[in-house]
Design a protein around this ligand. Sequence first.
Ligand code: ARG
Length: 235
Amino acid sequence: FGGGGGDGSTEITAGTAPGFPPFEMKQDGELVGFDIDLLEAVIDETDYTLAGWEEYEFKSLIPALTNENIDVVAAGMTINDERDQTIDFTDPYYSSNQAIVVREDGDFAPSSLSDLAGRPIGAQKGTTGETTVQDELISPGNLDESNYNSYGNYVLAVEDLQNGNIDAVVIDEPVAQTFAAQRPVTIAFTYETGENFGFGVRDGDDEFTQALNDGLSTVRDGSTYQDLTNKWFGQ
Ligand code: ARG
């Protein structure tokens, strides 16, 4: 952990990967989103102070955490066994499935993963969308590796979809919904993964993790969590 806050509390630095609306994105140069507001509200309930946010590509967040460049990850990060071997997670704060996003023009309207065979598709590097492509399409031999495009950022993947360079993007459903509301793309179908997002913390930072879990449950019990859901997901 970094230094002490002015009031004697411990200062922590948070890391995220913008380009994943509405969880984290840049708006007029400002980092905003559900994850940003939620983690800040949770930290407010603890004895820790947030020194600031650092931005990384998604695949670099776990190394940044283990190298102690950051102390917590808030990036719509799915809790899974593979990551759990390197880092720890707080309790879950959001659930998601994967969605397959296509252009709105209707030329290509897949209804299952096997319909993606032979098509150029994309996902973000190091994500569970990429794992879905790998495990469900490439490994079983339904998609040639050369058809898969790995992007540093989901915004770039969706732009390539709009440009016609790829025919589908595999991405977390709430983010797919946001892109579909803002761009000429649409959700063709969803693929159930039942993943849960948690804040990533360093293995062994048990006191900090416990403080975040307590903060999260306070924020959930009050109106803050619902208010933030309304603000960012409009429901
Ligand atoms: N939920 C997915 C995962 O954990 C995607 C997260 C991408 N997050 C981001 N901020 N780009 O792999």
